[in-house]
Design a protein around this ligand. Structure first.
Ligand SMILES: *Cc1c(COP(=O)(O)O)cnc(C)c1O
Length: 349
């Protein structure tokens, strides 16, 4: 048990996708956002499980991600690239049959020039000012692009995790103004947008974090369990200190377990001295600093030291850990590094 293991419950991913699909309504298809290796959980396993469950549209950030994903999916899968068509992407887009979401007049020119017969979508900016064609460029480009056949027009909401935020209605109105009456499939909602209700659903929704058990989909099933092996235990006497910088000092006779994972594995150093790991449902405080490859955990109150302690799991979900670290579940998941042994469970098969 040398290597830390990241257990991924594919049945829970599928159940979360089905639950979001049910909320998306009859007329709306539900895709799966699997960028950043399915938020760190492994796109080569997660995406095929969703394909088996009926998902046919997948979103990645980069053409490279799409090309890596393609062999794992069946022939009906459509893989959309959110970053669009970047310089040098044409061979990957062609060979892997990817659908770039064109984000600018430059990308449009590049795509039509390099791959005039290859499918494409368009991403519009409706106020987030991050990625997508601006209104004036879109007005100019739309006739040409519509004539060629656009697979999908989409935009992205900046504040969808705050249902009361006025930005949601503003972006919805802007998206409609830019696309109403056009013969093209439309998509606006990620996880947060699905929960805003049917006005936001259009033809296709794009959930990511909700599939992986994170907020704002509060009803999501937990997907990830991060179990970290104990390398060694020692007894620390009152007055002794633990770890770099002596940031923790024992006040009682303490049994300290040293754990084989650290910030190089995505365990944020800011968690030093402020989080618990779990033996089942019993909390064991992380003492001292998070090191690159090691953690030190107070297991004094356990009857028996287990082989592993959980940092993420049923007793402490991804969002609970994110709250302690002062970040979001997305960052906790995507930071989980390549050293974990990713173990997949799937009943449905
Ligand atoms: C990441 C992303 C999504 C998925 O968002 P979640 O909040 O994880 O559901 C959807 N659309 C775009 C454009 C994205 O960048």
């Amino acid at each position: 048990m040398a290597q830390a293991s990241l257990k991924i419950d594919l049945d829970a991913v599928v159940a979360n996708w089905r639950a979001l699909d049910a909320r998306s309504g009859e007329a709306t298809r539900t895709s799966a956002v699997v960028k950043a290796d399915s938020y760190g959980l492994g796109a080569s396993k997660v995406a095929p499980a969703l394909y088996r469950a009926g998902a046919r549209e997948f979103f990645v950030a980069l053409a490279e991600e799409g090309a890596k994903l393609r062999p794992h999916l069946g022939p009906e899968a459509r893989i959309f690239v959110l970053g669009g068509h970047m310089a040098g992407d044409a061979p990957l887009i062609r060979e892997a049959g990817l659908i770039p979401m064109l984000n600018s007049p430059e990308q449009m020119a590049r795509h039509l020039d390099a791959l005039p017969d290859a499918p494409f979508g368009v991403q519009l900016d409706t106020g987030m000012n991050r990625l997508g064609m601006e209104d004036d460029a879109w007005q100019e480009a739309a006739p040409v692009l519509l004539d060629r056949g656009i697979e999908l027009v989409m935009s992205h909401l900046a504040c969808a995790d705050e249902p009361e935020h006025e930005m949601n209605a503003q972006q919805l109105a802007e998206f409609k103004r830019m696309t109403d009456g056009m013969a093209v499939k439309r998509s606006l909602a990620a996880t947060g947008g699905i929960l805003l209700g049917p006005d936001y659903h259009f033809d296709l929704t794009r959930p990511g974090i909700g599939l992986y058990g994170g907020r704002p989909f509060e009803a999501a099933l937990g997907v990830a369990t991060l179990s970290l092996p104990v390398i060694q235990t020692r007894v620390v006497q009152p007055g002794e200190t633990v770890g770099y910088g002596n940031t923790w000092q024992a006040e009682r006779i303490t049994t300290m377990a040293t754990i084989a994972a650290g910030y190089a594995d995505g365990i944020h150093r800011v968690l030093s001295n402020i989080t618990d790991l779990y033996a089942g449902d019993i909390p064991c405080p992380l003492r001292g600093r998070v090191s690159m490859d090691l953690l030190t955990v107070d297991v004094t109150d356990l009857d028996e030291v287990p082989d592993t302690l959980d940092l993420i799991g049923p007793s402490q979900g991804v969002d609970a850990l994110a709250d302690i670290a002062g970040t979001i579940g997305y960052e906790i998941l995507t930071a989980l590094g390549p050293r974990y042994n990713r173990v997949y469970s799937e009943q449905a098969g």
